[in-house]
Design a protein around this ligand. Structure first.
Ligand code: UD1
Ligand code: UDP
Length: 361
C-alpha cells in the first residue's frame, strides 16, 4: 500500500512524525512524504526533520509564503502533479493549514482517497482561515481521524456518516510520549535562557487574528510586559509575529522586558512547556501540550476548538481585548490546576491510523 503524506507547516512535521514511525513498523506500507514548503526557515522546518527522525521529504514543492489564494493555488497545482506521478492508495493530510486544504482538494479532484488527521475540530468562527480549511477538508475526506468525542459530534451534525469517522485519540499526545525521554536528554534550554523551573510563564503568539490586529497585538504584548514585572516571561517568536512587532516598532521595547527567542525545536519546546508555571498562547497545539504536561493555560483567543480543556479547568479563554483583562487572567491562573482526567486517547493514535488505512485499502 502506498501513502502520500502532505505536510508544510511546523505542527504538521510533528504530527506526521508519529505516523511515519508507525508506517515504518507496519508491513508492506510505503510512505512518500511531500513538503509544500509553506514553512521554510531552518528553525520552522528542517530542525524538526532532524530532531524527530523524519526522513527527508521525497518532494519539496518550495511554495513559500504568499496570500491565501496564491499560496493554496500554487500548492494545488504542484501537489496534483505529484499525485498523478505517484498514484497513491491514500493521501494523508494533517490539521487545518493551507497545505492541508490544498492536499485534500488535489487528491479529491483526482478521486484519490483522502484521510484527514485531526478532523472534526471547529471554532465556529469562519473568519479564521483555519476554520475554512478544516470544514472543506473534512467534507472531501474519505476517512476522518478524530481526537475527541466533541469532534465526532461536530462531524455527525454536519451530516458526515459514522462509517467514515474513527476516534483514535490525538497524534500530538503520541508525540509527547514518544519524544519525552529524548527531550530530557537534550541540551537544556532552561539553562541557556537562564530560567528556573516553575518560575516563568511560557508564551507563544502567531494567530493571524492577533498579529494582524494592532489593537489585539498591543494588548497582548502590554499584558505580557506587565506580567514580566512579577515573573519571567519567555516567548519563542514565530517569524510572522517578529515581522509585525518590528513593523510596529514594538520589538525593541518587548525584547528589553520579555525573554524573546527565535523559534525553538520541538524537544526544547517540550522542556519549556513542561517546566513552565503557566502557558499563554493562541496556538492550537501548545494549548494541548500544556495539558499533557499538566500546566495551566490561558488561551488568548475568542474561542477554542479544544473545548474539553476548558471544561476540565486546564484552560481559560481570554479574548485579547485589553491588556488589563489579559494580565488579570494570567496572574489569577498562576498555580492553578484542572481535573485529573485522560483526554486525547492512549498514545496509540498513529498506529491505529495506519491499521485503519490498511484495513480500508
Ligand atoms: C500557518 C497556518 C496556521 C498554523 C501555523 C503554524 C495557514 C492559513 N495558517 O500560519 O494555521 O497555526 O502555520 O505555525 O495555513 N514566515 C517566515 N518563515 C517561515 C514561515 C513563515 O518568515 O518559514 C513568515 C512569512 O512572513 C509569512 C508569515 O510568516 O508570510 C506567515 O506564514 P504562513 O505559513 O502563511 O502562516 P502562519 O502564520 O505560519
Ligand atoms: N513549537 C515548537 N517550537 C516553537 C513553538 C512551537 O516546536 O518555538 C511546537 C509546539 O510544541 C507544537 C507545535 O509547534 O507542537 C505548534 O505549532 P504552532 O503553534 O506553530 O501551530 P498550531 O498548533 O497553532 O497550528
Amino acid at each position: 500500500m502506498k501513502i502520500v503524506t502532505i505536510v508544510g507547516a511546523r505542527p504538521q512535521f510533528i504530527k506526521a512524525a508519529t505516523i511515519s514511525h508507525a508506517v515504518r513498523e507496519a508491513d508492506q506500507v510505503e510512505e512518500i512524504l511531500v513538503h509544500t514548503g509553506q514553512h521554510y526557515d531552518e528553525n520552522m522546518s528542517q530542525l524538526f526533520f532532524d530532531e524527530l527522525g523524519v526522513p527527508t521529504p521525497d518532494y519539496n514543492l518550495g511554495i513559500g509564503s504568499a496570500s491565501h489564494g496564491e499560496q493554496t493555488g500554487r500548492m494545488l497545482e504542484s501537489i496534483e502533479k505529484v499525485l498523478v506521478e505517484e498514484g497513491p492508495d491514500w493521501v494523508i493530510v494533517h490539521g487545518d493549514t493551507n497545505s492541508t486544504l490544498a492536499g485534500a482538494l488535489a487528491a479529491a479532484k483526482l478521486s484519490a482517497s483522502v484521510a484527514h488527521v485531526e478532523a472534526g475540530l471547529r471554532s465556529f468562527n469562519r473568519r479564521m482561515p483555519e476554520e475554512v480549511n478544516r470544514v472543506l477538508t473534512d467534507h472531501v475526506s474519505d476517512l476522518l481521524f478524530v481526537p475527541t468525542q466533541d469532534a465526532v459530534q461536530n462531524l455527525r451534525r454536519e451530516g458526515i456518516g459514522s462509517s467514515k469517522i474513527a476516534e483514535v485519540g490525538d497524534v500530538m499526545y503520541d508525540a509527547v510520549l514518544h519524544y519525552s525521554e529524548k527531550a530530557e536528554n537534550t541540551k537544556n534550554v532552561l539553562e541557556k535562557l537562564n530560567l528556573e523551573k516553575k518560575a516563568y510563564v511560557l508564551a507563544t503568539v502567531h494567530r493571524a487574528e492577533n498579529t494582524d490586529d494592532p489593537g489585539r497585538l498591543t494588548a497582548i504584548f502590554e499584558a505580557l510586559m506587565q506580567v514580566a514585572e512579577e515573573i519571567d516571561v519567555v516567548l519563542p517568536l514565530h517569524p510572522r509575529t517578529e515581522k509585525v512587532l518590528r513593523r510596529q516598532s514594538l520589538f525593541k521595547q518587548t525584547d528589553a522586558r520579555l525573554c524573546l527567542t527565535d523559534p525553538v525545536g520541538y524537544l526544547s519546546m517540550m522542556l519549556l512547556e513542561r517546566h513552565a508555571r503557566l502557558v499563554v498562547t493562541d496556538s492550537g497545539g501548545v494549548q494541548k501540550e500544556a495539558y499533557f504536561h499538566r500546566v495551566p493555560c490561558v488561551t488568548i483567543r475568542d474561542e477554542t476548538e479544544w473545548v474539553e480543556l476548558v471544561e476540565h479547568g486546564w484552560n481559560v479563554i481570554t479574548p485579547p481585548t485589553s491588556s488589563n483583562s489579559i494580565r488579570t487572567s494570567i496572574i489569577d491562573r498562576l498555580g492553578t490546576t484542572g481535573d485529573e482526567v485522560d483526554l486525547y486517547g492512549d498514545g496509540t493514535a498513529a498506529s491505529q491510523i495506519v491499521d485503519n488505512l490498511v484495513h480500508h485499502h
